[in-house]
Design a protein around this ligand. Structure first.
Ligand SMILES: [Zn+2]
Length: 261
């Protein structure tokens, strides 16, 4: 890493932890459609007491309070520190993949950090509520479209075709299964996936998502965590497939093509 990257890296990690912490508050608030999503002090979801500054330090507060509310001692889900740590790691990875060394490079890094935020939100929201929320996803799709206008990777045409592939892939399944296999929300993730990756990489991402989905579903069935026919959220697999393709898409395609040479 060059010097400037080494200096910025810890800052990106810190921003990742803060945004992860913001997500732990945002996800339940959006679900419960509370007023003042972006304002207002955080409070305990059980005893409704307003949390003090020392209860709001990401990860550290969870460890110090031993995973319980400081007031009512009600257990806090391990999902919260998981969200904080995952966001920090994803932001660090995004910065490693799309770093900037001067001011003109900042918008591209910021773009990928913003999209990651939307994807991480979707990942955990779907795990927690088995639902896709449009509030963060639709602006991310719009942002992706704007970005494909101004940069070449992917080109605007490729992004548009990718988006259409993502949309039709899920729309066909919804029509065939009358909405039993996938939900309408998955169409939105498909659109974002396609616009972000371009059409070739979208096909790769869909295959990876379904491979991961099959492995995890079989694992859950074997561990008797889910019953056959029980609902498993598709969103987390689509988000994982999108991230993996964003980072390793080229390598995976080359590896696959080499199998036949
Ligand atoms: Zn409490």
């Amino acid at each position: 890493m060059t010097e400037i990257k080494t200096l910025i890296f810890p800052l990106v990690l810190a921003i990742g932890i803060s945004f992860g912490s913001f997500l732990t508050m945002l996800i339940p608030r959006i679900y419960e459609k509370e007023s003042g999503i972006f304002l207002g002090r955080s409070h305990c979801r059980f005893c409704k007491k307003t949390l003090r500054a020392r209860d709001l330090i990401p990860i550290a507060s969870y460890l110090i309070n031993r995973g319980k509310c400081a007031f009512c001692k009600e257990k806090i889900s391990t999902l919260y520190p998981t969200i904080e740590i995952s966001t920090a790691i994803m932001f660090a990875l995004i910065y490693t993949k799309f770093p900037f060394e001067n001011i003109s490079g900042i918008p591209l890094t910021a773009f990928y950090l913003t999209i990651s935020f939307a994807l991480i939100f979707t990942f955990f929201y779907d795990i927690k509520y088995l639902e896709i929320s449009d509030i963060i996803l639709l602006p991310a799709i719009a942002l992706g479209l704007i970005k494909s206008f101004v940069t070449d990777s992917p080109s605007f045409e490729s992004a548009l075709i990718g988006g259409l592939i993502g949309i039709s892939f899920f729309l066909i399944q919804i029509l065939l299964s009358k909405g039993k296999w996938v939900g309408a929300g998955d169409i939105r993730i498909g659109a974002l996936m396609g616009i972000l990756l371009g059409w070739q990489m979208t096909l790769t991402a869909l295959v990876i998502s379904y491979v991961i989905g099959s492995i995890v579903s079989i694992g859950l069935l074997a561990a008797k965590q889910k019953e056959i026919g029980g609902k498993i959220a598709l969103g987390p697999f689509l988000v994982s497939g999108t991230f993996i393709t964003l980072f390793f898409g080229e390598n995976i395609i080359n590896w696959y093509l080499n199998l036949f040479l």
